[in-house]
Design a protein around this ligand. Structure first.
Ligand code: F6P
Length: 545
C-alpha cells in the first residue's frame, strides 16, 4: 500500500477552513481568551512529562474541529499505520521509512519485504552496547596500549547533526570521553580539530549511510593520513570504525570488519541517530543513557500511533503548522529552546523538517498549488530575545514560535532557572497580548511624560500582539525526555507531509549541487574550464587567479 494521493486543497474540510479563516482571521487572541475561560485547558495536552499548551495559536473550537476533519479526509490514520508497518512510503526511492523500528521493543515485529527486521536491530544495539562499554571501561585500547580519551565523528547532514545535537543536549550526562565532530569539507574545520587530538588515544567513527559523500570521505582520508604519520597501517583497525549501508566501500577504506556497524536503507539519514549512527552518542553518555533516549522516542511513537487525533500531540502540532502556513500564509517558524544544552536543536530540525518537506511536487507528480514546508530557524532563549525577537514582536511578518522549556534545571541553580523561565513565560504572554495604546499611555503618564512627547512615542511603543506560540514544558532534560521531544518533531514532519500530499522521505533537491560541484572541482584542478554560464565562469576565473 502507498500513501494516499489526495490534494488537500480540494477537500471539503479545506474549503470549510478557507471560509472559516475569512471569518476569524482578524480575531485577537486576547478576545478569544476573554471569551472562553476554559480555552487554556481545552487547548492543552499532557503526555508523560510533556505538557503542551497550544492555546496561544489563532484557532477557535471550529478551527480545531475542521483541522481534525482535514486529517481524516486526507487519510492520516491510514498513513500512520503504513508509516509504522514498513510499507514503501518513500515511493520515489522505493523504500520503507522505519526509524521508528530502531527504537521498537525487542519482541515487536516489523516486516520489511516479509522479513522481521527487529532481531537485526537488536543485534546491532547489542554491538553498540558491547563496543561502547569496552571503550569506556578501557578494555579497548589504542595502538600503543593507551585507553581512548577522544572520539571523532566524521559525517555530514544526518550523519552529523543528530549526533552533535544529542551529545550537546546531553552533555550533563557525559563521561570522560571528549567528542568531536568533523563535517564540513572545509579543511580548516578538520585541521582545527586535529590540533586537539592525540593519535594514540583517539577513536575515529566514519558515519556515512552511502559512504560516497565527498565531505565525509575527504575528511576521513585526511584524518587517516594524519593518523598514519604517527602509526602503522595495521593500527588503523584499532582506531577506525565505520557506520554505513555500503559495506564494499568500507572494505576499500581498510576498516576492520569487526569495526563496521551496519545501517539500513529504510532509515533516512536525517532520522538515523537512533541507529549505529548514534555510536558517538552511546560513547559520550554511555549505552544505558542511549537506551533511555530510544525509550523516550518509543514512548512518543506509541502516543502518536494510538492517541485519538484530538489528543495526539504530533498530529495537533502538525495541523497547526498547516493552519498557519496555508491559511495565515506564514513562511517561517521559530523554535526556541530555553536551555543552553539544546543550542543545536533548531539546526538539527532544519534538516529534519526542511529536507523532508521542502518539496513542490505532490505525490502524483503535479506541482502543488499550495504552500508546503516552512522555513525553520531558531536559537536558545534568552539569547535570541536579545537578537531577533524584536522582529517577532513588532515586525511585519507573522512567525509562529515554539517555546521549549523545562521545570527543573540540571545543575539545580533555582535562582538562574527562575530568571530563565520568567523570560520564557513573559515572551509568550507578550507575543500574545501585545500592548495597547491605552496601556502605553498609562505607562507614560506614570512616568510623567509630556503630552507632546507621549503622542510622538505611542505608535512605536504599541505592540499588536496576536502572535501565535506553542509552549512545550517538560519536567527535566533527560535522555528519555529528549528522545520523546525529537520523536515528536519527527512525527510532526510526517503529519505535515501527509497532509500536503508530498513525499517527505526523499531529498532529490540536494543532488544537483553535488553533481555540479564534482564538475567544478575538475575545473579548479585543471587549466581548462568546462562549460558554465557567464557569471559562474567569471567567478571561477577570479578564484583561480
Ligand atoms: O545531502 C543530503 C544527504 O543525503 C542527507 O540526506 C544525508 O543525511 C547526508 O547527505 C549525508 O549522507 P551520508 O550519510 O550518505 O554520507
Amino acid at each position: 500500500m502507498a500513501l494516499s494521493k489526495i490534494n488537500p486543497s480540494k477537500t471539503k474540510s479545506w474549503k470549510k477552513l478557507s471560509a472559516h479563516f475569512d471569518q476569524i482571521k482578524e480575531y485577537h487572541l486576547r478576545t478569544l481568551f476573554d471569551a472562553n475561560p476554559e480555552r487554556a485547558k481545552k487547548f492543552s495536552l499532557k503526555y508523560g512529562d510533556l505538557f503542551v499548551d497550544f492555546s496561544k495559536n489563532r484557532i477557535t473550537d471550529e478551527t480545531f474541529e475542521l483541522l481534525l476533519e482535514l486529517a481524516d479526509e486526507v487519510k492520516l490514520r491510514e498513513g500512520i499505520a503504513e508509516y509504522f508497518s514498513g510499507e514503501n512510503i518513500n515511493e520515489t526511492e522505493g523504500r520503507a521509512v522505519l526509524h521508528t523500528a530502531l527504537r521498537a521493543k525487542k519482541d515487536d515485529s516489523v516486516l520489511v519485504d516479509g522479513e522481521n527486521v527487529i532481531p537485526e536491530i537488536v543485534e546491532v544495539r547489542e554491538r553498540i552496547k558491547v563496543f561502547s562499554d569496552e571503550v569506556l571501561l578501557g578494555q579497548k585500547k589504542g595502538y600503543t596500549g593507551k585507553t581512548f580519551t577522544d572520539v571523532v565523528n566524521i559525517g555530514i547532514g544526518g550523519s552529523d547533526l543528530g549526533p552533535v545535537m544529542v551529545t550537546e543536549a546531553l552533555k550533563f550526562y557525559k563521561n570522560h570521553l571528549n567528542t568531536h565532530f568533523v563535517s564540513n569539507v572545509d579543511g580548516d574545520h578538520v585541521h582545527e580539530i586535529l590540533k586537539k587530538l592525540d593519535p594514540e588515544t583517539t577513536l575515529f567513527i566514519i558515519v556515512s549511510k552511502s559512504f560516497t559523500t565527498q565531505e565525509t570521505l575527504s575528511n576521513a582520508l585526511t584524518l587517516k593520513k594524519w593518523f598514519l604519520q604517527h602509526a602503522a597501517e595495521k593500527d588503523v583497525a584499532k582506531h577506525f570504525v565505520a557506520v554505513s549501508t555500503n559495506l564494499e566501500k568500507i572494505d576499500a577504506f581498510g576498516i576492520d570488519k569487526e569495526n563496521v556497524f551496519p545501517m539500513w536503507d529504510w532509515v533516512g539519514g536525517r532520522f538515523s541517530l537512533w541507529s549505529a549512527v548514534g555510536l558517538s552518542i552511546a560513547l559520550a553518555i554511555g549505552y544505558t543513557h542511549f537506551e533511555e533516549l530510544l525509550d523516550g522516542a518509543q514512548n512518543m511513537d506509541s502516543h502518536f500511533k494510538q492517541a485519538p487525533f484530538a489528543e495526539n500531540i504530533p498530529v495537533i502540532l502538525g495541523l497547526l503548522t498547516v493552519w498557519n502556513n496555508n491559511f495565515f500564509g506564514v513562511e517561517t517558524e521559530a523554535i526556541i529552546p530555553y536551555t543552553q544544552y539544546l543550542h543545536r536543536f533548531s539546526a538539527y530540525l532544519q534538516q529534519g523538517i526542511m529536507e523532508s518537506n521542502g518539496k513542490s511536487k505532490d505525490r502524483a507528480g503535479n506541482t502543488t498549488s499550495y504552500e508546503t514546508g516552512t522555513i525553520i530557524w531558531g536559537e536558545t532563549g534568552t539569547n535570541s530575545q536579545h537578537a531577533f525577537f524584536q522582529l517577532i514582536h513588532q515586525g511585519t511578518k507573522l512567525i509562529p514560535t515554539d517555546f521549549i522549556g523545562f521545570k527543573k534545571p540540571l545543575h539545580g541553580d533555582r535562582e538562574h532557572h527562575n530568571k530563565l523561565m520568567a523570560n520564557f513565560f513573559a515572551q509568550t504572554e507578550a507575543l500574545m497580548n501585545g500592548k495597547t495604546e491605552e496601556e502605553v499611555r498609562s505607562e507614560l503618564n506614570a512616568q510623567e511624560v509630556s503630552p507632546e512627547k507621549m503622542d510622538a512615542l505611542v505608535p512605536f511603543k504599541v505592540f499588536a500582539g496576536n502572535k501565535p506560540t506553542t509552549t512545550l514544558l517538560l519536567d527535566k532534560l533527560t535522555p528519555k525526555s529528549l528522545g520523546s521531544l525529537i520523536a515528536l518533531y519527527e512525527h510532526k514532519i510526517f503529519v505535515q507531509g501527509l497532509v500536503w500530499n508530498i513525499f517527505s522521505y526523499d531529498q532529490w533537491g540536494v543532488e544537483l549541487g553535488k553533481q555540479l560541484a564534482k564538475n567544478i572541482l575538475v575545473d579548479l584542478e585543471n587549466s581548462k574550464m568546462g562549460k558554465h554560464d557567464a557569471s559562474t565562469l567569471q567567478l571561477l576565473q577570479y578564484f583561480k587567479q
